[in-house]
Design a protein around this ligand. Sequence first.
Ligand code: ADP
Ligand code: MG
Length: 251
Amino acid sequence: MSEDDRRVVVDGVSKLYDRDDGGVQALEDVEFAVDDGEFVCVVGPSGCGKTTLFRIIGGLESATSGQVRLSGAPVTEPSPDLGIVFQEYHLFPWRTVRGNVAFGLEQQAIDAEAREERVDAMLDLVGLEAFDEAYPTELSGGMKQRVGIARALAVDPEILLMDEPFGSVDAQTRSMLHEELLSVWEETGKTVLFVTHDVDEAVTLADRIVVMGAGPGHVQEIVDVDLDRPRDRTDGAFAENVEYVRGLISE
Ligand code: ADP
Ligand code: MG
């Protein structure tokens, strides 16, 4: 397979933030690739450049050198191939759940009936059918993030890009959202790129884990998670994977 057949290629990406105090080298020569349909987690300590990398892949920030390619095409701006789910929910407070999920579809030339059908299907996928007329302030954190996922998927992107999406929900809700996300992934065959600082979360979700180190942000190692799904956190092999990745991070 040639490099450009791969869904996402991060090719020698470096990022220097210019600042009055001299600047911050956030990323140095970050390199990895993701195949179609893969679930890849990027994990690393706070400040190692995960959000910076996420923003560069999403076309929201430019690299100082190197580039990101999606199916061979260099990223220069936000692409419709990419559905983005942020750490903070970024929902429109003046729109209902339905209105939020419909947002991306309204930018496209499809008729209202097809749009509503699509919104219904997405609400069904994330279990929010009964909340379609609710406003974001009426929802729990977990529900808001489900809306974020439904909105990102509504336009049928090839890739779902997520930055610590479940960071602000309690542990029980988070583990429900993990199950839901995995079932959406299995159902839709999307490529998922998921950023987290939580090693447990990465081992729960990923086919492969890109482990980053700080100072400046770089790829430390790429770890295959060779565990059957659904995964059992109480399993010895699960704990071994977690321990191995934690060891890499604290090196
Ligand atoms: P992470 O998401 O892994 O916590 P970030 O990508 O947010 O890491 O940050 C990486 C480094 O870049 C940090 O040192 C941070 O202070 C710096 N940084 C992030 N965003 C900016 C910015 N807009 N301007 C200047 N420095 C930034
Ligand atoms: Mg971050």
